[in-house]
Design a protein around this ligand. Sequence first.
Ligand code: PMP
Length: 423
Amino acid sequence: MVDFAAIRKEFPILDQQVHGHPLVYLDSAATSQKPQCVIDAESEFYRTINAGVHRGAHELAARSTMAFEDARAKVTRLVGANAEEGQEEIVVTAGATAGLNLLATAFGNASLGRGGAAAKRFALKAGDEIVVSKAEHHSVLLPFQELAARTGATFKWLNLTEDGRVRTDNLDEVITERTKVVAVTHVGNVTGAITDIAPIIKRTHEVGGIFVLDACQSVPHLKIDFHALDVDFAAWSAHKMYGPTGVGFLYGKREMLEALPPASFGGSMVELAWMDQPAQYMLPPARFEAGTQPVAQVVAAGVAAEWMMNIGMDQLEAHERTLAGELLKMGDIDGVRILGPRENVDRIGTVAFDIEGVHPHDVGQFIDAQGIAIRVGHHCAQPVHRHFGLYASNRASCGVYNNVEDVHALLEALGKVRPFFGA
Ligand code: PMP
């Protein structure tokens, strides 16, 4: 049995008062808090082995390179990818947004003929199609919309069910022989709904397309195996999985990464550079890691990945499912409308809601005055809000450190919102 009370104590930030109340942190979908071991890993790196990686013959450079690659291997294990040297499938990025932009830019470069014959599979032209879903975070929506605009490809999307799930009943209509790229979120950051990605991936591959997964809200909460899922690419951020800000990871099937042209150019990604000849780029993952890397943060992200695996993703998932069940009880409060699945099935402990007659910013402030942190606004997902007929909403989201008491504190506070505002 995992001792979740002891796990909570590993998060120093949670041990504080906010506005005279014990802090209740229910905003992990925006960013998670960090356990002491992750905080320590970053400072320990700076105190003992700080040096640039993959260059320099000195001992510290060798140790920091080892720590950096060891972190990559830990993250690899967390998501079920290849770890063997020369077969790596995990690229270090600056975050999910950076990873998704890397892909869109690389596909754009392939469309210009860069990367040679191998990169042709990523090239887009007028008449081709890019498909996303209406549930996307702007970090998926915008890079792929821009890619469509740059290449002349047609931009299409999968619609949502009434409760905000990505619809999979008309895949053959939306994903066609002309579809080259499909990019879909694994878990909606507003609705908390887990997308039924298997049929979408199957259909994408049937038509010869490339499937890109936004794994930002799944890697921190669910047991993931990218090989078993058969996704071609996946992007996520370390800061939502108990790791530091400023780093993220891009998974790519090895043969995809080997065929993909680079998106960003500079030091540490080139084998040979000349004044009068084209450069020869390194093999992945180095080809996609131009410039000095955030080594301390990557090392700490590796510690976060290992920390999650030590808890056990099954255990973590089960704990958060219990919290999701409690959170969903907010639907019984007068005037509270849940935006997303109301049943505790195929969803995570992220629940967005609207309170009739009270603006989300007023809700957020009222809740904050009681020491409870939730997110208000459009959560970088405007189309999904339009789907619900709203511009903004409130969102409570759990992490492994939350307990049932946190959720009950929120429910109690929510019950007071409408009476307080006279709504
Ligand atoms: N996709 C989803 C589903 C997200 O929730 C987020 C973060 N809110 C992102 C992408 C972008 O992540 P980041 O801001 O860390 O790059």
